[in-house]
Design a protein around this ligand. Structure first.
Ligand code: HEM
Length: 236
């Protein structure tokens, strides 16, 4: 290790696995989701015949990914409050310390690192707020997605019993009213939120690379090896 630098552990293996599962699944969800909304490719089987099941496969992939997102979202929601490593909810409370840290991190970004008046060794409230926006957008995708899905179970029954559509109606019917009153509004919201998430991803990746270059503390390594490296004299 470079002299004068100390290794700071920032992400457990579980957090890193969830991170990359989410990142890879997001690519799959966008590719299959755009197909479901607007079929944009065909696959040909022998003799130029068109494969009839492309939509079915895309929906299958999309739904499996949604299940993975359901699971990671529940785990992350739990860890926000009960993680033994670090509880992110503490950085979300708008107390004086967090608000001034949030501002300091923003000023640091806007001044291209000319001003840096906070401790960058630990998770900061700016990034935690930003990550929380992602988790909330993803939960909205899950709720609107499940609302569209339960409409496919029109009969009110399913192969695992009627409790399943009943539960989905009970937990997601309110999204119809919030989106504007019809299932088409839910569909549009699901689609528009995808673009918000993609904007989120663009800034997220930009900012992680930006921090790595400007702070010179190997921030990008957090999501690979779990640690970053901070100059000894800046450690508190
Ligand atoms: C090349 C691609 C990516 C890189 C290099 C990257 C890098 C990082 C790094 C370094 C962190 C830790 C930041 C810290 O602790 O201060 C992080 C956290 C995070 N990243 Fe990424 N990321 C990438 C792609 C993505 C994508 C595609 C998503 C979501 C679709 C995503 C979602 C998140 C979330 C939600 C967190 C916060 C951890 C949590 O609350 O679960 N990342 N990322």
């Amino acid at each position: 290790m470079k002299q004068g630098y100390r290794q700071v552990k920032r992400m457990t293996p579980a957090m890193r696995i969830i991170h990359w599962v989410n990142a890879i699944c997001m690519i799959g969800a966008v590719v299959t989701g755009l197909y479901i909304g607007h079929p944009y490719y065909q696959t040909f089987i022998a003799d130029g015949a068109v494969d009839k099941y492309v939509m079915a496969w895309n929906r299958y992939g999309h739904f499996i990914i949604a299940i993975i997102f359901d699971v990671t979202s529940v785990i992350i929601a739990y860890l926000y409050f009960f993680s033994r490593f670090e509880k992110p909810y503490k950085k979300l409370i708008p107390n004086a310390k967090n608000v001034s840290e949030f501002k300091a991190v923003l000023v640091n970004l806007l001044t291209l690192n000319r001003k840096k008046e906070f401790d960058s060794s630990h998770a900061d409230s700016f990034n935690t707020v930003y990550f929380t926006i992602f988790h909330l957008l993803l939960i909205w995708m899950l709720l609107t997605g499940l609302q569209m899905y339960v409409h496919g179970l029109e009969s009110g029954i399913s192969s695992i019993g009627s409790w399943w559509p009943v539960m989905l109606h009970a937990t997601t019917d309110w999204t119809v009213a919030v989106c504007g009153g019809s299932l088409m509004d839910v569909r549009i919201s699901h689609h528009m939120t995808m673009w918000l998430i993609l904007c989120w991803v663009v800034f997220h990746i930009y900012y992680q690379v930006w921090r790595t270059i400007f702070w010179k503390e190997a921030d990008i390594a957090i999501v690979i090896g779990g640690s970053k490296f901070v100059k000894d004299d800046t450690l508190h």
